[in-house]
Design a protein around this ligand. Structure first.
Ligand code: CP
Length: 304
C-alpha cells in the first residue's frame, strides 16, 4: 500500500514533548500528529526527568536541542514559558498550554469543531469551503461559562473567535470572573446570568473548575451548580439548538451533567478528534521545509 505523502512530510524529524503538567488530550494528539507526519517523538515529563532534581527550563531545552530535538511542544504552569524556551533554544516551540495564559491549539481545534458542526447543521457549505475571514462567524454567539479566571482555553478562544466575527460572552460568578473594565476587548462581553446567556447562544463552551489553581479562593460549589451547571433541563429550556462544547477534562455532575455531555448537542468527542489534524497542521508549519532550512543554518552558524 502506498505511504501517504503527508506521512513523509516530517520524516525522521525529531519532536520533543516537554510536559510539566499532566495532559491526556493535548499530549496524545500532538504525539499522534507528529507520528502521522513521519516524525520521531520523545516525551519528557516533569515527574520522570531531571526536572524533578531542579533542572531549569532553559537547561532542559538546551539538553533536548543537544540531543537533536528540532521542535519542542511545551506545557508549563508558568505563563510565558514557551516564549522563554523559544528564545533560549532558538527552536520552534509550540504552546501546549502555559499557566493561566493561553492554549492556542485548543482554540484552533475548537474553531475547527464549530465550523464543522455549524456548517453541517445549517446544511450550508462543507467545512473545507468555509472561507476563513473576519466574517466567517458573524452572527454566532459563543458563551464560555465557568472558571474564566484560571482558563487559558477561555483566553485563547476569546482572542481567536471575535477575529472571525463571533460574539464571545463570558459567564460565571465574580469569584471566577472578576469585575473588569466594561471594554474588555472587541466582540467580548460579560453576562452573569447563565440562562440569559444560553438563550442568545449558538455555542456554549463549559469549563472545568480548576481546583489546582484556586489557591485559597472559596467557592460555594452547591450554589455554583445551582446557577451555572449545564444540565438537560436548562439546555432544553434555554438553548435547545446550541452546540455544547468542553475542552476536557470534564467533571460530570459539576459543570455539566452526563445527559448533556453524551447527548446529541454535544461536540465534545469531536473536539478531541479534531485535535490531531489541527496539531498536524501546526507541526507542519513549525517544522516545514523553510523552518528546517533556517534551523540547519542556525545550527551550522552556532559555535561548537
Ligand atoms: N483540553 C486539554 O488541554 O486537555 P488535556 O489537559 O487532557 O490535554
Amino acid at each position: 500500500m502506498p505511504v501517504p505523502r503527508r506521512a513523509k512530510l516530517l520524516q525522521k524529524r525529531r519532536v520533543a514533548l516537554l510536559f510539566y503538567e499532566s495532559s491526556t488530550r493535548t499530549r496524545t494528539s500532538f504525539e499522534l500528529a507528529a507520528k502521522s507526519l513521519g516524525a520521531d517523538t520523545v516525551l519528557v515529563s516533569a515527574l520522570s526527568s531531571s526536572i524533578e532534581k531542579g533542572e531549569s527550563l532553559k537547561d532542559t531545552g538546551l539538553t533536548l536541542r543537544a540531543l537533536g530535538a528540532e521542535c519542542i511542544i511545551l506545557r508549563h504552569p508558568n505563563s510565558g514559558a514557551p516564549f522563554l524556551l523559544a528564545r533560549e533554544t532558538g527552536l520552534p516551540v509550540l504552546n501546549a498550554g502555559d499557566g493561566m495564559h493561553e492554549h492556542p491549539s485548543q482554540a484552533l481545534l475548537d474553531l475547527r469543531t464549530i465550523l464543522s458542526r455549524l456548517g453541517r447543521a445549517q446544511h450550508t457549505r462543507a467545512v473545507a469551503r468555509v472561507p476563513i475571514d473576519e466574517k466567517t462567524l458573524t452572527g454566532v454567539t459563543v458563551t464560555i461559562t465557568g472558571d474564566i479566571l484560571h482558563s487559558r482555553v477561555a483566553r485563547s478562544n476569546a482572542l481567536l473567535l471575535p477575529r472571525l466575527g463571533a460574539q464571545v460572552v463570558l459567564c460565571g460568578p465574580p469569584e471566577l470572573l472578576p469585575e473588569i473594565a466594561a471594554d474588555i476587548g472587541p466582540g467580548i462581553s460579560i453576562e452573569r446570568d447563565f440562562e440569559r446567556a444560553l438563550a442568545r447562544s449558538q455555542v456554549v463552551m463549559m469549563l472545568r473548575i480548576q481546583k489546582e489553581r484556586l489557591a485559597g479562593l472559596q467557592l460555594d460549589l452547591a450554589r455554583y451548580i445551582e446557577r451555572y451547571q449545564l444540565n438537560g433541563e436548562r439546555l432544553r429550556r434555554y438553548a435547545p439548538e446550541a452546540l455544547v462544547m468542553h475542552p476536557g477534562p470534564m467533571i460530570r455532575g459539576l459543570e455539566i451533567t452526563s445527559d448533556v455531555a453524551d447527548g446529541p448537542q454535544s461536540a465534545i468527542t469531536e473536539q478531541v478528534h479534531h485535535g490531531v489534524a489541527v496539531r498536524m497542521a501546526l507541526l507542519a508549519r513549525a517544522l516545514g521545509s523553510t523552518a528546517a532550512r533556517t534551523h540547519r543554518a542556525t545550527r551550522k552558524a552556532r559555535p561548537a
